[in-house]
Design a protein around this ligand. Structure first.
Ligand code: NAD
Length: 373
């Protein structure tokens, strides 16, 4: 039986949309019928998810023209040529301006489909139906869409909000544990920048979370989405507080690019980035050492890596970080913490400090177990 556990509203100046969190929502025909306004639908997904869910969604929308586009959804495929495949399918199946795209998948499917929706005929409706933990707590909420370009992560994109986000907890049952853990990195991040009590709650509940106990998991997803929605509402296009959500990401994006989007999952790169950004906050903002230790312990409890891979060249890491979108007026901006739950923007961190930070990781780090790569 479909069961809605939570409902949230995201309100931006030009747009308002619901986030539904529940069980068996994909099997809830009345929900689909309420969400699809036109007569055409293009489901964009991967092979495994198409086999599991496409027929179910299609039968809920029997009155619509329903097309399914199966994509390869690895990070390496998140580029303009993949988005062009979505345009081609829409054009060949004669989709009009009142079509709706459904992004059923992880953050890669969501980012590419959202970007296609933003561009096709200058903007058509789309729904986010995230099926990874990372996409449920972060990527599907807030309207950032886009693709990687050359060595730069998410360089081409648009702010484009979905009509709704449908989070069906049951889709996570098939998600491999490594990807589940990767999603936990973004949960930990949002707690670190916006809600110290939530961080405390995560420390107390990480074990049942990793066992995917449904009520605990639903609460973690709800709290993460609510915190993100609150920030997006204040600053949809990242002129101010939304930048906090990039905590750890300047390091993470560069790490992903340098490892060819193959060695590290996005969430794993974020975990290493969180560790570096936390230590940097201690060096520059007097963040207490205990926060550094607690962050390392929580990430490790979530089975996430916390150290730079030994193959990473520090100079190359700095050069790749300089390509980051967050560079403004030639200044590298870092999100730092004054305290748990209190982020700030730091600028102009000298290269010598960053080298010291990277060396700290390799030399002095009290790593209790080897990283998982
Ligand atoms: N737009 C945003 O605000 C935002 C925020 C954070 C991250 N992102 C982006 O999200 C991406 C990472 O997202 P992700 O971690 O979901 O990665 P992903 O989309 O690559 O999915 C991870 C893997 O899980 C598979 N998968 C998806 N759902 C599954 C399921 N239910 N069962 C089994 N396998 C499943 C996918 O095929 C893929 O192999 C990155 O590209 C990142 O840049 C975007």
């Amino acid at each position: 039986m479909p069961k809605q556990l939570y409902r949230l509203e995201v309100k931006t100046p030009r747009h308002q949309y619901p986030i539904y969190i529940g069980e068996q929502l994909i099997h809830h025909a009345p929900l689909w019928q309420a969400l699809i306004l036109g007569q055409q639908v293009m489901l964009v997904t991967n092979q495994q998810l198409a086999e599991r869910y496409a027929q179910q969604i299609k039968s809920s929308l029997a009155d619509c023209q329903f097309d399914t586009l199966v994509m390869v959804d690895s990070e390496r495929e998140k580029h303009l040529a993949s988005v062009e495949k979505i345009f081609t399918a829409l054009y060949q199946q004669r989709h009009h301006r009142d079509t709706t795209l459904i992004a059923l998948g992880g953050g890669v499917i969501g980012d590419m489909t959202g970007f296609a929706a933003a561009c096709y005929q200058r903007g058509v409706r789309f729904l986010q139906v995230p099926t990874t933990l990372l996409a449920q707590v972060d990527a599907s909420v807030g309207g950032k869409t886009g693709v990687n370009f050359a060595q730069a992560k998410n360089l081409i994109g648009a702010f484009y909000q979905p009509q709704a986000v449908v989070i069906d907890l049951d889709t996570l049952t098939s998600l491999p544990q490594r990807h589940f853990a990767a999603g936990m990195a973004e949960v930990i991040k949002i707690a670190m920048v916006a809600d110290a009590d939530f961080f405390l709650w995560l420390e107390a509940h990480m074990a049942p979370l990793l066992q995917r106990q449904q009520t605990i998991l639903a609460e973690a997803i709800y709290r993460s989405c609510a915190l993100k929605a609150k920030i997006v509402q204040q600053d949809e296009t990242e002129q101010g507080v939304r930048a906090w959500l990039n905590f750890g990401h300047t390091f993470a994006h560069a790490l992903e690019a340098l490892t060819g989007y193959q060695t590290l999952l996005h969430g794993e790169a974020v975990a290493i980035g969180l560790m570096l950004a936390t230590k940097l906050s201690q060096m520059l903002c007097d963040l207490p050492e205990t926060v550094v230790e607690r962050t390392q312990a929580l990430l490790q409890q979530a089975n996430l890596p916390t150290q730079l891979p030994p193959t990473i060249d520090h100079q190359a890491l700095l050069a790749t970080m300089a390509m980051d979108k967050k560079v403004l007026r030639q200044r590298q901006r870092f999100i730092l913490l004054n305290a748990l739950g209190k982020a700030c923007v730091g600028e102009e961190v000298a290269a010598t400090i960053l080298h010291k930070l990277f060396n700290w990781q390799q030399g002095e780090f009290l790593c209790q177990k080897p990283p998982s790569f």
